[in-house]
Write a protein that binds this ligand. Sequence first.
Ligand code: EPU
Length: 385
Amino acid sequence: MDSLILRGGNPLEGEIPISGSKNATLPLLAAALLAPGFYRFSNVPKLKDVRTMSNLLRILGAKVDEVDHELLIDTSHATHVEAPYELVKTMRASFYVLGALLGRHGEARVSLPGGCAWGPRPVDLHLKGLEALGAKLDLDAGYVVASALPLRGATFEFGISSVGASCNVLMAAVRAEGTTVLKNIALEPEVTQLANFLNRMGAKISGIGTRDLTIQGVAHLQPADAAMIPDRIETGSYICAVGMTTGKVRLTNTDPHELPSVIDKARQAGLTIETGADWISVERRGGALSAFDITTDTYPGFPTDLQAPFMALATLAEGQSRITATIYTDRFTHVAELARLGAQIHMDGNSAVVTGVPKLTGAPVMSTDLRASVCLVLAGLVAQR
Ligand code: EPU
C-alpha cells in the first residue's frame, strides 16, 4: 500500500508554480477523439488520472506520447468504441468518452463507472442529455451501449449543474445535426475551457461563460492544440498549507480570478493574501487563525474539492467553524481520520462542526479519495509527536 510519512513543524517559504488543471485536462483528452489527427496539449499535470485517460485513448486506437508536461496525441486511427470496465472503474472521468465517441462514430460501448470512495455518484444527467440528442442507450452487462445515427439538435436542461454531464453532452452536441440549446450548463472553468477548445476545433458554440449554450452542429471538426488552465484546487490546497504551517509562499502560473470564494474564506481565516494577474502570495506570520463557515456550491461558489483541505485549516482555527456540503452531502470520510489526530469535529446532518484545537498530534491515518488525502497531508504538516 502507498504511504506518506510526514514530520510536521516547519513553516513554508518559497515559490510554487501551480500545475495545469487535472479536471480541465481529462475532458480535453476525450475531446481529441472527436476529430482524427494530431493534438499537442501543454501544461498537462503529471498525474495518475491523466495516465489512465491516456491509456483509455490508446485502447481506443490513439497514439499518446508524454514529453515533460506535454501530451502528443494522434487519434487518426482511434476507431475502437469500447471503454472497458477495468479502466473506467479506476477513474470516473473515463465516462467522458461516451459523448465524444457518439459524436465521432455514432456508437459507443462504455462501462458505467459505479460508485466512488465517498458514495454514489450518478450519471443519469449524462445519459438523459445524450438521449435528448437522439442517442439510443441500452444497458448490457454494466456497459452503456449507445448508438445515434444521426445525433439531432435539441433543447435540454440539466436539472442539476453538473461538470461531467455538461462536458459529456457538449461533446456529442457539437456533432448533432441542427441547433442544440443546453440550459443550466456548469460554469466551472474546466467546462469553459472545453467549450473554447471545441470552438477552436471548428465547433459553433455560443454563450460560453453563461448558463445556456447554443450549439450549431457541424459535420466536420479538426484537431487543435491547447495549454491547460491552472489547477484552482491545487492552488487552494497550497493556500491552506501556508495557513496551517505559517510562512509565506508565492503561487505562480495560477489564476486568482478562478478562486474568489476561496481567497475570501482564507482571508476570513486570517491569512494575508495578495494577488496579481497570474500569481497569489499567501502569508501567515503567527497569531491565531479565526473560525469560518463554508457551504460548498457550484462555481463561482466554494468548491467541494476544497472542503476537506479547508476543514484541516478549521481544526486549528480559534472558535467554531461550520462546513456544510451541498454538492456531495456525504463527502466526509476525512472527519474520522482528522479526529485521530486530535481534531474536534462533530457531524450535524451534512455539516461538520469543527471546534478549533491548539495542536494536532501525529498518528497513522487512512486516506480515501484525493481531496481527503490532501486534507490529511495538510494536517500532517503541523501535527506534533
Ligand atoms: N449529479 C447527478 N447526476 C449526474 C451527474 C451529477 O445527480 O448525472 C450530481 C452529483 O451527484 C453532484 C452534483 O450533480 O451532487 C455535481 O456533480 P458533478 O457532475 O458536477 O461532478 P463530476 O463531474 O462527477 C467533477 C470533478 C470532481 C468535482 C465535481 C464538482 C472531474 C473529473 N471531476 O465531478 O472532482 O468534485 O466536478 O465540482 O472534473 C476531484 O477532483 O477530486 C473531484 C472529485
